[in-house]
Design a protein around this ligand. Structure first.
Ligand code: CMX
Length: 135
């Protein structure tokens, strides 16, 4: 697997309304999209910096992955997402290397991306996402 770039960094926040203005000032750019991803129980807000994005994640359900994360660890960096070409092959390769997969098969994420997560317990504490823009 050879990622082409860091597609985004996901940051768990309690409130998009509170944090969007902060990031708009910090990055000098407007939030360009807000999207709810119902099956992930999150509302997302995106900022672009070069080829990489910042994805703010607000939980819509305390039992969802981001709700549980904030309850346990507080706000902060939640995951890193690498852009890959051929996500199915990249997942197969990860599995062959003994990395525990959260998603055995890729699924749809925010912005129409095809995504799959690797478990933080086999990624040295970092929840890792692979994603591919299949257009
Ligand atoms: N980063 C690092 N470690 C994490 C983590 C994260 N984001 N989320 C959970 N963990 C750790 C916990 O601290 C816990 O560790 P300990 O056992 O040492 O305490 C362990 O993983 C299990 O955590 P849990 O709270 O019991 O949660 P679950 O096992 O129910 O789920 C996980 C953990 C990673 C499998 C789940 O959050 C998941 O499937 N995540 C992928 C999907 C996701 O995060 N979606 C939101 C973003 C969607 C988007 O970007 O659009």
């Amino acid at each position: 697997m050879k990622p082409t770039h860091i597609e985004h960094i996901g940051i768990a926040v309690k409130s998009l309304d509170e944090t969007i203005p902060y990031y708009e000032k910090l990055l000098g750019t407007a939030c360009y999209a807000i999207e709810e991803v119902k099956d992930q129980k999150v509302k997302t807000a995106f900022f672009k910096i070069g080829d990489t994005k910042i994805e703010l994640l607000e939980s819509t359900d305390p039992e969802g992955p981001v709700g549980k994360f904030i309850e346990k660890k507080g706000e902060g960096i939640h995951h890193i997402a690498f852009a890959v070409k051929g996500i199915e092959g990249a997942l197969e390769e990860a599995k062959e290397n003994g990395i525990r997969l959260i998603d055995e098969t890729p699924r749809k994420g925010a912005e129409g991306m095809t995504i799959a997560f690797l478990h933080p317990k086999s990624s040295y504490g970092v929840l890792t996402e692979l994603c591919e823009n299949k257009g």
